[in-house]
Design a binder for this molecule. Sequence first.
Ligand SMILES: [Fe+2]
Length: 450
Amino acid sequence: MQTRSAIEVRPLLRSALLATLLFSTAALAETARFRVVWSGDPSTSATIGWDQLEGDNPVLYYGTKDVDGDPEKFEHSMKPTRNVPNYRGMNNMFVRLENLEADQKYYFVVKDSQQVSYQFWFRTAPDKPKAFTFVAGGDTKSYGSALVAGRESNMMTRKLRPLFVLFSGDFNSGSGLSTGRWQQWFDDWFLLTTTDDNRLTPIVPVHGNHEDGDKTVLHNLFDVPYQGDNQENIYFDTAFGNFFSILALNSQIKAEGAQTEWLEKNLKKYEDHTFKVAAYHKPFFPHTTRKRENQHLYDLWANLFFTHGLDLSFDADSHISKMTFPIRPSDEEGSHMGFIRDDKKGTMYIGEGSWGAGPRSTDDLKPWTLRAGAFNQVKWLHVFPEQDGKPARIDIRTVITAKENEAGLMIPYSHEVVPLKEGEEFNIPEGIELFNTEPYGDVITYPFSE
Ligand SMILES: [Fe+2]
């Protein structure tokens, strides 16, 4: 029997690979796989990482002015602050930029002994409440139709031009030890999420079970911090503008003790922020029977989330789309699996992966499920501060990036979407397919009300 991937995937795969070859051989022979990473305060800092393929003594030249890539004309320069050579087949260079200006474009090039890279740029976060958009999701795979679907989500991200991506774990098939798969992931990330005008999309990476073969991997490939003196304890916070905070947790290491104490401390630290979100890989209670319950995470974290007013929680792992009503821990009548709907004070749980991974059946819905579906998708969030007497809010959309048709063929959804231009980030692009959540339509607003 001919598989759907044999029919649908090949042209896409070919064009993506062609793009990879053209891009990397034409002008980026010495530097490749650029990545911008957020941890700490992204209104003043960012980490730029890349793979130094050849050439010595790389220096990153950067500044707020577009100088057409001329290293002499940038305001600042900095040598790598960290080098992780021969790791997953890459010579990983990192520059931790500090003392940046908030809400600014930053342009940069890398110059080494052999050549100067293209000029790229990214935006810093605002340092006060200001509207922005971001994309959230998780679960990419390394081959077949799942790889192609992941590329669809990458290309969709490029077209939506978000301020950053929150990625809730599982980057590759396997246990995260494969050189080729990581190289492929970074090629895809760099080549497919970078906009036509060379804007890079910062990522907030979260550890998933497919990274469990080496639990230091996110520290070594994204330069995100670890806690204490154990490089496997990768969980961290990133927050800006007294407005928005992200607690990037790790469901794949011990949750009780130090991590949960850290969670409580940081929930308190950001209590005055308008919005607080958490991200981790394993959902407490997956919406598919193919995945086990993670009761211990519920026991440790759900009540802390509620007590400290966590707004949204992002998970992944199950390869489906789900969104719950706002819910809080409860054992009272009407509760289910320890949760009850509470539109005023509850946390909305959003996930559960399928950036690229093949969708599973949504056969484990709960009374507090708002909607779930089986397709490839990313969540697209528009975050607005309080303005003109209107309360702060987050508009949440589920963007379908690939989906099986009735004949079982995977249909790509990014190609028809007209990319948003700089300054249009809140527009709904032509050609986009949003998951319609009857009776609520295709946008769910938090705080939620009927
Ligand atoms: Fe997973």
